[in-house]
Design a binder for this molecule. Structure first.
Ligand SMILES: Nc1ncnc2c1ncn2[C@@H]1O[C@H](COP(=O)(O)OP(=O)(O)O)[C@@H](O)[C@H]1O
Ligand SMILES: [Mg+2]
Length: 247
């Protein structure tokens, strides 16, 4: 089963009312890879992610998660949402503990120990754990949201535009953090991003969503070379830029 994809998606259809957002979408997310998803705004990237984690219903099609070593359906996932990252009335530490409180009955001491370990993993301190979201910078907020996504030691990590709104330095640091954590923890990452630097520096493969389907998928270089009209248009400037970078 080593080659079974982490997520196998076939002929997935998702829509609202008369609108079809995902239309017979096929996609395999490989075990242990970092897959980047690009697509037009409003094209259904977040809808796809929310459908995969069971927050939105599908109309038809199949979504299968790889079984883990114990033969269970592997649904241990963490998600960093595009919006509404943290609860403003809770400290960073309490935000990180939320998934743990929902899933497991742990002593307050253990909850604190786990939260502090996660804070450290994302490059923050115990002191930062006492801060409220209003006291955190954009980069720190994303890190706390990442720590929360990691609370249950997920096999699968969903990141919805994690570096949008960050300055280039903070975005680069976040990318490096994802890479480091991935190297250490070996989880599978499914990441929506428009950030060309992230696609290049972090992602093993890139998938392009257009017209409700995956229009191109593969290494960034292969997707850049795609002849699909939308993909071509999307990467128009990027192609030239990448060629320049390659020199
Ligand atoms: N809960 C919902 N109810 C109705 N329409 C929705 C809902 N969620 C998303 N949509 C619509 O689905 C489309 C895709 O949205 P989304 O996945 O958020 O796009 P993006 O690719 O920018 O993440 C948009 O037209 C959006 O308005
Ligand atoms: Mg979105």
């Amino acid at each position: 089963m080593a080659d079974a994809p982490a997520i196998h998606i076939s002929e997935l259809v998702v829509g609202f009312g008369k609108k079809t957002i995902l239309d017979q979408l096929d996609l395999d997310v490989r075990q242990g890879e970092i897959l980047g998803l690009v697509g037009a705004s409003g094209g259904g990237k977040s809808v796809l992610m929310r459908t995969l984690v069971g927050l939105l219903p599908k109309r038809s099609g199949e979504i299968a998660f790889a079984a883990d070593d114990d033969g269970r359906d592997d649904r241990r996932w963490g998600i960093l949402f595009q919006q509404g990252a943290l609860f403003s009335a809770l400290t960073a530490r309490q935000n990180i503990q939320l998934p743990l409180r929902e899933k497991a009955r742990l002593s307050p001491q253990l909850l604190d120990e786990i939260a502090d370990a996660k804070l450290e993993m994302v490059g923050l301190t115990r002191d930062d754990g006492n801060k409220f979201p209003s006291e955190l910078s954009g980069g720190m907020t994303k890190r706390v949201a990442l720590a929360r996504a990691l609370a249950l030691d997920p096999a699968l990590l969903f990141l919805d535009e994690p570096t949008s709104g960050l300055d280039p330095i903070a975005a680069g640091e976040f990318d490096a953090l994802i890479r480091t954590l991935h190297r250490t923890l070996r989880f599978t990452v499914f990441m929506v991003t428009h950030d060309l630097n992230s696609l290049q520096a972090v992602c093993d493969r890139v998938a392009a969503l257009a017209d409700g389907r995956i229009a191109a998928i593969g290494p960034l270089s292969a997707v850049l070379a795609s002849e699909h009209p939308w993909v071509k248009a999307y990467f128009h400037g990027a192609r030239a830029q990448m060629l320049g970078l390659g020199r």
